[in-house]
Design a protein around this ligand. Sequence first.
Ligand code: SF4
Length: 432
Amino acid sequence: MERVDQAADEILGRGNKDGASLFRTWFEELTDVAESGGQAAYVFVMGSMGEVLRVFDLPMVFPEINSLQTAVRRVAHEYLNEAEDYGYSPDICGYVKADVALQLRGGDHPMGRVPPPTLAVLTNACNTYIKWGEIWERMYDIPVFTLDVPGTRSAAGQTWPGDPDFESDRRYVYAQLQELIALCEEVTGKKFDIDRLREVLDEANRMSRGWRRALELNRSTPAVFNALTDGTIYLGVANAFRGTPEGGRYFEQLVEELEYKAQHRIGTLSNEQHRLVFVGVPCYPIFRRFNELFSEWGGVFISSTYLWFASGGTSLGFEYDLSRPLESLSEGVLISVRHAMDSMFYQDQALVQLCEEFKADGVVYHPIKSCRTVSSGLADNRRVVMEASSLPSLFIESDMMDKRVVSEAQLKNRIDAFFEGLNSRRLQQLES
Ligand code: SF4
C-alpha cells in the first residue's frame, strides 16, 4: 500500500508540473536569444516545420502561444489596445494584434523577452497566417516562407499514401520542403544534415506515439485529464518541444501518469457527472473560471477539436519512416496539416464518432469573435452533428483574447441552463 502511495506521489500531477516547468525554460531560452541578438524563426502551430528548423538549430517562436499567454496572464487588453491605437481593427484576430504590440514593445512579454524574427515559416492552414507574415516582412524585411499544403477536396475525407491524388500532393509538398531547406541554409550559413533530420524525426515519432495514446486514454471513465485545462499544457509542449528529447520524454512520462490514473480509476475531477466535448478555441481571458463554470456541475472536457488542430494535426500520431526521411516528412506534413484544417472546417463526422467512442454526454461549441477561421460554420456544424446523434449541445460565444466581449454572467446563465437540461434528461432516461 505504501509503495502504491509513493508511486502515486511521484506520478500524479507530473504532466502539469513538468509542462509548466518546460515552458518557463523555453521562455528563458527565448529571452537569452533576444538578449544575445541570436537568430529566431517565427512559426505557427498548424505546420510549424519544426522538424526542419531544428536541423539548423533555429530557435522557434510561436506568436500564437505568446499571444494567448498575455490573455492567461490577464494583460492581453493592454496589448490589444496598443495595436488598435496603432491602427489595427478591433475585428481582426486578437493573436495578431497582441503580437503587433509585442513587436512595438521590442519583444516585451510577461514571461520574458521574445527575439525578433530572422525568418518566418507559414502554412496556408489559416488565411490570417499569410497576412500576419506580411506584417513581419514589412517590420523587419525578413524572408517569409509560405508552405502551401493542398487541403482535403472530397466529402469522403483526405486521401492517403498510394492514392494518385495523394502522391501528387506529396510531391508538391516535397518540392517545397527542398526550397525551405535551401532557404534555411542561406539564412543560417549551415549545411543541411540528413542524419540530424533522422534524429529529430525519431524524437518527433516518440512524441507522436505518446500524444496519440494520451488522447486515447481519455476514453476511461472517469476521464484522466481535462482536455481544456490540462490539455492546453500538453498542447504547448507538443508544439514547442516537438523533435526534442525533452518533448519525447515528456509524452512518455505523461502516458505513464495517465495509464496509472486509468488503472486506478483516478479522475481529473473527483465528481465526474457529465462528459463533454469542446469545439473551438478556449476562452483565455477567464481561462480557469471558464472551466469552473462546467466543473462546478461535474462537467469534464474529455476531448476537443482544439487538441487536434492546434497541435498541427500531430494528434493523429503519424510516425515518420527514418529510412526515407524527407519523403516521409512530406507525407507526414501533408497528412497532419490536412487533419488540422479538417478539424476546423469539416469536423462533424469525426465529432459524431468521437462522442460515441468516448461516451460523451454533450458537445460545447465555443465560437469566438476574433478567430473567423475556426468559428465560421460552427452553427451549421452543430446542426449536422445534432441530426446525426441525439446529443445535447451548447453554443456559447466569447473570445480567446479580448475580455471586452467576454461576459461571465451571460456565459454562466447559458451553462447553468445546459446542465439543468442534461440533469433532467438523465433523470428521464433513468425513469424510462
Ligand atoms: S486560426 Fe484563428 S486565432 Fe489562429 S491565427 Fe488564424 S484567425 Fe488567428
